[in-house]
Design a protein around this ligand. Structure first.
Ligand code: FAD
Ligand code: MLT
Ligand code: ZN
Length: 493
């Protein structure tokens, strides 16, 4: 395939030296420089967490972590790295699932964790302006008394940071209701690779003054600059939220179920999430959420979590109960049973069954995670085809591959196909790739629905993007970062 008309973006980069660390120590206070070089002289082990991703799959060899406290410091660091041609990896909560937040070699890690001030919140418009290093859950807690919620929510909320969310264009559990960050982010402050500060921190709902540059940084995964500030439209908090787990015999019933649920609940539907039986078993095995009674799970093929968020509890409860009754009393019921939450604790516990799958998978083994967009009707076929393919290759023997499971965001057409193995191995990886990517391509789907490309999928972009698009992506990268210092080896190479 001829997607390489623009030359490779890989550049020769310099390693950090003691002289660089001395310079960084003039920009930042001593506690904000962690380096194996003097004056910091930290042992390598102290850098281990920064050099390893959440899954323990990707490892970097950075000698130096910098933790600036403000935009000016980020700018001075980048100016120096630009001059010296040192690679820089921006890092938020380090919860990314495609290896984007750890170095491929010995790049400097620029951690945003000390940039955690909320700059302003307007309870009338709901517009929040914040430093990029604020943790998503802290922002949720901050705006809760003002009766607002963040327009996104994800299982990593306790660690991931808003700058990381924006940089990965994270989707998550509320996208069905509040849409993507491309819509809710109103402005960004970005430090460009040469240290220039681009102030697009607008708080305007409408601004049609030419190219919308901030959109380029949403989902750029740190390859075009460092996001230091975010202006985001939050949503009015719903008065009431309810949820129910629906148990289905067969995946084929998920689609008609989705149609009925959408019609019946209309404006109060806020999530429609799915987990297959394998994912459910792992979640309960590893203590995530409330296990259903054995009688409820009998004959179950998969589960759907439906959430409602609306203005009146009684009204919403009534609608949900009516839905459940009509589903159960249908001539050919699509569900075998439904478990409604009866208290805030049960509400969280039902959610934990879905949100906790990621954690459960990582406790069970080493996960190959394929986060794909495909037609809803193909969700089960893709999981089954992958399992069968691995079986034929003999990889399901002796538990080399322990589970092949599916879960995800039905409303967004986003399946999480997870292959849980005992260890990461070349043999399993080459059985899975390009097999999975070719399958996705055959459905004209996306090889990355919401997690991004990171280092994991740079070689596979062409399964989703055509040659012309890849060429223009490279040109854009070159335009912002001709020296190739920003997150080298990620997204586009
Ligand atoms: P990091 O992991 O630190 O970084 C991610 C990428 O963004 C890297 O390429 C990094 O270089 C870049 N980056 C980080 N901060 C900046 C910045 N300030 N400026 C420029 N670049 C930056 N993702 C979803 O989309 N939906 C989910 O539902 C979801 N659920 C998850 C559940 C769990 C339990 C876990 C562990 C992960 C989940 N993720 C999900 C993936 C991950 O949490 C998201 O991608 C999240 O947005 C990453 O935020 P972070 O702060 O941890 O970023
Ligand atoms: C999810 O939807 O749970 C997240 O995207 C994380 C994952 O894929 O495991
Ligand atoms: Zn997801």
């Amino acid at each position: 395939r001829s997607f390489n008309r623009v030359p490779s973006l890989v550049r020769d980069l310099s390693s950090v030296t003691a002289e660089d660390v001395t310079h960084f120590s003039k920009i930042l206070s001593p506690s904000c420089v962690l380096s194996t070089f003097p004056p910091s002289s930290a042992p390598v082990e102290e850098l281990a967490n920064f050099n390893s991703d959440w899954m323990g799959k990707y490892k970097g060899a950075s000698t130096t972590v910098l933790k600036p406290k403000n935009t000016q410091q980020v700018s001075e660091i980048l100016k120096w790295c630009w001059e010296r041609r040192i690679g820089v990896v921006p890092q938020g909560g380090n919860t990314g699932l495609v290896g984007g937040s750890v170095p491929v070699n010995d790049e400097v890690i620029l951690s945003l964790r000390n940039m955690n001030n909320i700059r302003s919140f307007d309870p009338v418009s709901g517009i929040l302006v914040t430093d990029a290093g604020c943790i998503l859950e802290s922002l949720t807690e901050f705006i809760a008394p003002h009766r607002h919620i963040m327009p996104l929510d994800l299982g990593a909320k306790g660690s991931c940071m808003i700058g990381g969310n924006v940089s990965t264009n994270a989707g998550g559990l509320r996208l069905l209701r509040y849409g993507s960050l491309h819509g809710s982010v109103l402005g960004l402050e970005v430090v460009l690779p040469d240290g220039t500060v681009m102030n697009q921190l607008s708080t305007l709902r409408k601004d049609n003054t030419g190219y919308d540059l901030k959109q380029l940084f949403i989902g750029a995964e740190g390859t075009l600059g460092v996001v230091t500030g975010v202006s985001i439209l939050t949503a009015a908090a719903p008065e009431a939220s309810n949820n129910v787990i629906l148990v289905l015999r067969d995946f084929k019933d998920v689609l008609p179920l989705y149609q009925i649920v959408k019609q019946h609940l209309s404006e109060i539907l806020s999530a429609f999430e799915f987990i297959d039986k394998g994912a459910y078993d792992l979640a309960t095995k590893h203590g995530q959420g409330r296990a259903l009674d054995d009688s409820d799970v009998e004959g179950a093929g998969c589960f759907v979590l439906v959430e409602t968020s609306g203005g009146k509890r009684e009204h919403d409860e009534e609608k949900l109960n009516e839905l459940l009754e009509s589903l159960l009393s249908a001539d050919k019921p699509l569900i075998t049973t439904g478990v409604l939450s009866q208290s805030p604790a049960q509400f969280s516990s039902l959610w934990a069954l879905r949100e906790g799958v990621t954690e459960a998978v990582s406790k069970e083994g080493k996960a190959y995670k394929y986060d794909i967009s495909i037609p809803l009707s193909a969700f089960k076929d893709v999981v089954d085809a992958t399992r069968e393919h691995l079986r034929k290759k003999g990889l399901m023997r002796d538990d080399a591959v322990k589970h092949v499971i599916g879960y995800g965001h039905v409303g967004d057409g986003n399946l999480h196909l997870n292959v849980v193995a005992q260890t990461y191995s070349k043999e399993i990886e080459s059985a899975l790739e390009p097999f999975v990517y070719e399958l996705v391509e055959s459905y004209r789907g996306s090889i990355s629905a919401e997690h991004g490309v990171g280092v994991m999928k740079t070689h596979a972009l062409h399964y989703t993007k055509d040659a012309v698009s890849i060429e223009w992506m490279k040109k854009i990268k070159e335009l912002f970062d001709e020296r190739g210092i920003m997150n080298p080896g990620k997204v586009i190479v």
